[in-house]
Design a protein around this ligand. Structure first.
Ligand code: FES
Ligand code: FE2
Length: 341
């Protein structure tokens, strides 16, 4: 079960071309393509005639033509050509989804169209800001998106899963300060006078100890914003406000594919205290390595979860506070969407 009235990332902008792309989102087949005029379009990937996938078809100036019997659909999903007949019945259409291209990402709305408010799209403007060199990636996950959310909302795992990348021995005891807001939760954490994680030490070229911060937001249902960084220890003011820091404006953008698989997009805009932006490549490799470590444990967890007899529940601990809160909020959203009112 998914929250449907929400903006999800359907693709990176560069993935959407004049060659139709099939992608399953929230258990629905979707075709994405870019018109010759440059507009990105998302339609149900199932021709209403005999149900061939439209993603096998061809993009034309005013729409996409099905490869099977040649019907053409415009960007709103209306059929505009039926080879062999002149009249087009009104029911001859496929569903079109609101789609917004913004800051290098395509955002799709899979719920009720009249609720699709573009102001609710999470701000990721760092992704196409030239002042923020950015690494990016995509992972196809064989796991429910909430297991990935659980992972991102509990950094105690960094010490154990990411020993060579993001680890910091202090994480299990560095409980974040958690507050709720209308669209999710915020988590803040500072670890002062600590060893830099391997990734931060490399990216920031820190020699000695650092003050570390996380300023995070979980945007319901499935977007994780993590402004993380390190700065040489000592000095006045909050670590994230002091000069000489390494700033990582990370986003993990999760889009359910099915109940047991997820599209995981990530972006990692950075600013380096030394100004050498060539380091971005190594940062991207480090993040990809760390996320492969998460992927291995979470996919194994999903398989294990699937063996649970009915009525088996996880045993909570203190570090589950944030993920428990988000799971509760998601359940509430789904309950509200499904209530008759
Ligand atoms: S199935 Fe698409 S035109 Fe027949
Ligand atoms: Fe992780």
């Amino acid at each position: 079960m998914f929250v449907r009235n929400a903006w999800y990332v359907a693709a990176f902008s560069h993935e959407c071309t004049d060659r139709p792309m099939a992608r399953t989102l929230l258990d629905e087949p979707v075709v994405l393509f870019r018109t010759p005029a440059g507009q990105c379009v998302a339609l149900q990937d199932r021709c209403c005639h005999r149900f061939a996938p439209l993603s096998l078809g061809d993009v034309e100036a005013d729409g996409i033509r099905c490869r099977y019997h040649g019907m053409k659909f415009n960007s709103r999903g209306a059929c505009i050509d039926i080879p062999g007949q002149n009249t087009i019945p009104p029911k001859m259409c496929v569903r079109s989804f609101p789609l917004v291209e913004r800051h290098g990402l395509l955002w799709i709305w899979m719920g009720e169209t009249h609720h699709a408010n573009e102001e609710l799209i999470v701000d990721v403007h760092w992704n196409d800001d030239p002042d923020w060199p950015t690494a990016r990636g995509y992972i196809h996950y064989q796991a429910n998106y909430q297991l990935i959310a659980d992972n991102l909302l509990d950094f105690s795992h960094l010490t154990f899963v990411h020993r060579t990348t993001l680890a910091n021995a202090a994480f299990p005891n560095a409980h974040p300060h958690i507050t709720s807001f209308e669209r999710g939760i915020r988590l803040t954490r500072e670890i002062l006078d600590c060893e830099a994680s391997p990734l931060h030490a490399m990216a920031g070229r820190f020699q000695g100890k650092v003050d570390f911060w996380n300023r995070q937001a979980w945007w319901l249902p499935s977007i994780f914003e993590n402004w993380a960084g390190s700065v040489p220890t000592g000095g006045d003011g909050a670590p994230h406000e002091r000069p000489g820091g390494l700033h990582l404006r990370h986003f993990s953008l999760l889009t359910p594919e099915t109940e047991k698989s997820t599209h995981y997009f990530w972006i990692q805009p950075c600013q380096f205290p030394h100004g050498d932006i060539s380091v971005i490549e190594a940062v991207g490799q480090g993040i990809a390595k760390a996320f492969a470590e998460d992927n291995a444990i979470i996919e194994a967890q999903q398989k294990s979860w699937d063996t649970c007899p009915p009525g088996t529940h996880p045993q909570p601990v203190r570090n589950d506070a944030a993920l428990g809160r988000v799971r509760f909020m998601i359940e509430e959203l789904i309950r509200l969407e499904q209530s008759p009112a």
